[in-house]
Design a protein around this ligand. Structure first.
Ligand SMILES: [Zn+2]
Ligand SMILES: [Zn+2]
Length: 270
């Protein structure tokens, strides 16, 4: 079963969440902004029996921010840990920023957008609620029409490899990806960096992988490509060409992987 670990900033409060996570709920209410010192709180509700404290439960203090609503934080470092409400017994709304592993859930909605920080722009298409998530229908019409409208999500390139370990090692050490799944028995590898996921299938031979890879490529869109360029340079990524301002209005760079798959990164020039 999936298990996630989490801790506060000082590390003295640590816990484990057992089982799949619920989608992340983003709350822009004034209380959450104050409690996080930020634009919003990002929470996932966890059932009491799935939340195991490993240490520091005695360090947690709870503050009743409104009648029946308790916000818990580490008394040493101040990290918000969870909130709970007497109306939802046995549910802890864990602050997802405390979790250590890459998550396979994403935000599903924005609550209390009526009291959102004016300096924060919401630029996704998730349902937005003026107040609590459950109390009304979303205020953005796009989201209201959503169930009827098919919508493509991220595209995942499937690239050939001659050897799962070689590709895994290259993408981790040279390009800063993480291995999300490695299935040598099925000849399959999944790596991810931020929201970009790449899949690899093992060809019949290294030779065949090279032949196919030399004729295929994938394009990854990037935000802040200069920072990525610096990071990849520090990792010793073998650039086919470094960061280049292209005449077609893109800032691009390219790395070829060990089998010759062209991995091109790009961001529009402004
Ligand atoms: Zn702490
Ligand atoms: Zn809130």
């Amino acid at each position: 079963m999936e298990t996630y670990t989490g801790s506060c900033l000082c590390g003295d409060v640590a816990f484990r969440v057992v089982g799949a996570l619920a989608p992340i709920q983003v709350c822009h209410c004034r209380q959450c902004r104050k409690a996080q010192g930020s634009a919003f709180a990002a929470n996932t509700p966890v059932r009491e029996e799935a939340l195991l404290f490993e240490r520091g439960r005695d360090l947690i203090r709870e503050f009743e921010s409104s009648a029946g609503k308790w916000r818990a934080f580490c008394s040493q470092c101040g990290s918000p840990v969870y909130s709970r409400h007497v109306d939802a017994p046995g549910v802890f709304r864990i602050r997802v920023g405390l979790l250590n592993e890459p998550l396979d859930v994403r935000p599903e909605s924005h609550a209390f957008v009526a009291s959102k920080a004016d300096w924060w722009r919401i630029d996704d298409h998730l349902p937005r609620f003026e107040g609590a998530r459950s109390s009304s229908s979303p205020v953005n019409t796009e989201a209201q029409n959503r169930p009827a409208r098919a919508c493509l999500d991220a595209a995942v390139p499937q690239l050939p490899t001659g050897d799962i370990e070689t590709s895994a090692d290259f993408f981790v050490t040279r390009l800063g990806f993480q291995v999300i799944g490695k299935f040598p028995e099925h000849g399959h590898l999944i790596v991810r960096r931020d929201d970009a996921e790449l899949h690899f299938w093992r060809a019949e031979s290294e030779q065949q992988a090279r032949r196919i890879a030399s004729a295929s490529s994938c394009y990854l869109r990037v935000r802040h490509i200069e920072a990525l360029f610096d990071a990849l340079q520090a990792l010793g990524a073998p650039f086919r060409f470094p960061l280049t301002r292209q005449p077609w209005g893109m800032h691009e760079m390219q790395v070829d992987d060990p089998y010759g798959n062209a991995i091109r990164f790009g961001e529009p020039l402004d």
